[in-house]
Design a protein around this ligand. Structure first.
Ligand SMILES: Cc1cc2nc3c(=O)[nH]c(=O)nc-3n(C[C@H](O)[C@H](O)[C@H](O)COP(=O)(O)O)c2cc1C
Length: 364
C-alpha cells in the first residue's frame, strides 16, 4: 500500500467511502415553489455521485430557519418527497449523500419569515450587511433575541428535520454550525451576549449546539452525524474573542458525543480571515475523522492526507464546476472554469450543464 491519498477508501460510520473526496455543501437557490427540491436538483446531485460523499446544500429545518430565496427545506411532506427523488438518483448512481441541517438565525429578513416576523438570534445584534430577499438586497434588521423558553422548540425543529431526513432516504446528516448562521451565532461571542444558560462561558455558548447534536444523534446514531464549524470565518459579520479556546472546547464536547466527523471550514470564505487558529489542536481535541475544507486543490489535499493533517477533504467550487472531479483528479486533467454569475439561482445553465471530461473532449 502506498501513502494515503484522495483515492484511498475510508470507513465513515457504517459506510466505506470509495474515496476521500467530499462534495462540500453548496447553496444553489434552485429549489422549486414551496422550497421543494425537484428533478433538476436530483440530476445535479446524481451527476456528482462519484464523490466519496456528497453533503447537500444547507436545508432549512423550519420556516423560521429560511434566509434566502429558493433554498430547500426539510420541514414539510412535499419537501421530503422532493428529497426522496434526489437521494434515489444519487444512490442509483452509486453515491452517498448527507443532508446539511440549517437555521439561518439573524441572516434573514422579515419578508422571508412567517407572518413577516423579525428573524431570531441569540442576541438582538444586527449584522452588518444586506439580506438577499425576493425583493432584492435589503439591509439586515435587528433580530429578536430568542427567549430561553423557546430553545427547546428550536432543538425540536432539528430533531423533526432529522426524522424527515431519514424518511427522505439520506445516508446521514451534517449539522451546520458554521458560517455565521444560528448555531454559530450562539457559539461566537461577537453575536452572543446572553446572560442565561446559553451565553457567557464556553459551555453555555456551546449548549444549543450540543443539545441539537444530541437530538439529531438520537435519531440517526452518532455514527451517521457530522458537524461543520468555521472557527475564523468572518462571513456574516462574525468574530470571537478567543476562537482557539472556543473551538477546542467545541471539538472536545463533540468528541464525547462520538459523531462521525468534524468538518472544518479553514480560513475565510469569500474574504480575508482576520484571526487564525491552530487547527491541529482543534483536531486533536476531537480525535475522530477530520474533513478539511477551503481552497484545496489536488496537490494540497494530497499533502493534507499524506501528512495526516486531514482524513477527508471537501471541495466546493471544484465540484460545482466539475461533476466528474474525481475522474479529473485521477487523470490530472484540466478543470472547467466556474461561472460565478450562475452560482446562486437560475436553471440548468451553470448547474447541470458543466461538461464531464468525455463530453468536453467529444465537443472538441
Ligand atoms: C455557491 C456556494 C454556496 C455555498 N453554500 C454553502 C452551504 O449551503 N453550506 C455551507 O456550509 N457552506 C456553503 N458554502 C461554502 C462551501 O461549502 C465551501 O466552504 C467553500 O466554497 C470553500 O471551499 P472550496 O474552496 O473548495 O470551494 C458555499 C460556497 C459557495 C461558493
Amino acid at each position: 500500500m502506498g501513502p494515503i491519498d484522495l483515492f484511498t477508501p475510508i470507513h465513515l460510520g457504517p459506510y466505506t467511502l470509495a474515496n476521500r473526496m467530499v462534495m462540500a455543501p453548496l447553496t444553489r437557490n434552485r429549489a422549486g415553489a414551496g422550497n421543494v427540491p425537484h428533478g433538476l436538483n436530483a440530476l445535479y446531485y446524481a451527476q456528482r455521485a462519484t464523490a466519496g460523499l456528497i453533503v447537500s446544500e444547507a436545508t432549512q429545518v423550519s420556516p423560521q430557519g429560511v434566509g434566502y430565496p429558493h433554498t430547500p427545506g426539510i420541514h414539510g411532506a412535499e419537501q421530503v418527497a422532493g428529497w426522496q427523488d434526489v437521494t434515489g438518483a444519487v444512490h442509483h448512481a452509486g453515491g452517498r449523500i448527507f443532508l446539511q441541517l440549517w437555521h439561518v438565525g439573524r441572516i434573514s429578513h422579515p419578508s422571508l419569515q412567517p407572518g413577516g416576523a423579525l428573524p431570531v438570534a441569540p442576541s438582538a445584534i444586527r449584522p452588518a450587511g444586506e439580506a438577499i430577499t425576493y425583493q432584492g438586497m435589503l439591509p439586515f434588521v435587528t433580530p429578536r433575541a430568542l427567549e430561553t423558553g423557546e430553545l427547546p422548540g428550536i432543538v425540536d425543529d432539528y430533531r423533526r428535520a432529522a426524522v424527515h431526513a431519514l424518511a427522505a432516504g439520506f445516508d446521514g446528516v451534517e449539522v451546520h454550525a458554521a458560517n455565521g448562521y444560528l448555531l454559530d451565532q450562539f457559539l461566537r461571542d461577537g453575536s452572543n451576549r446572553r446572560t442565561d444558560a446559553y451565553g457567557g462561558s464556553l459551555a453555555n455558548r456551546a449548549r444549543l449546539l450540543m443539545e441539537v447534536v444530541d437530538a439529531v444523534t438520537g435519531v440517526w446514531g452518532p455514527e451517521r452525524v457530522g458537524v461543520r464549524i468555521s472557527p475564523v470565518n468572518p462571513f456574516n459579520d462574525m468574530h470571537d474573542s478567543d476562537p482557539q479556546g472556543l473551538f477546542e472546547f467545541v471539538a472536545g464536547a463533540l468528541s464525547a458525543l462520538g459523531i462521525a466527523y468534524l468538518h472544518g471550514v479553514e480560513g475565510a470564505i469569500g474574504g480575508v480571515a482576520r484571526q487564525t487558529v491552530d487547527l491541529g489542536r482543534i483536531r486533536a481535541a476531537f480525535g475522530g475523522l477530520y474533513m478539511a475544507n477551503g481552497g484545496y486543490d489536488k496537490a494540497r489535499a494530497g499533502r493534507a492526507l499524506a501528512s495526516g493533517a486531514a482524513d477527508l477533504v471537501s471541495f466546493g467550487v471544484p465540484f460545482l464546476a466539475n461533476p466528474d472531479l474525481v475522474a479529473r483528479f485521477r487523470a490530472d486533467a484540466p478543470l472547467n472554469t466556474p461561472d460565478a454569475a450562475t452560482f446562486y439561482g437560475g436553471g440548468a445553465e451553470g448547474y447541470t450543464d458543466y461538461p464531464t471530461l468525455e463530453q468536453a473532449r467529444a465537443a472538441g
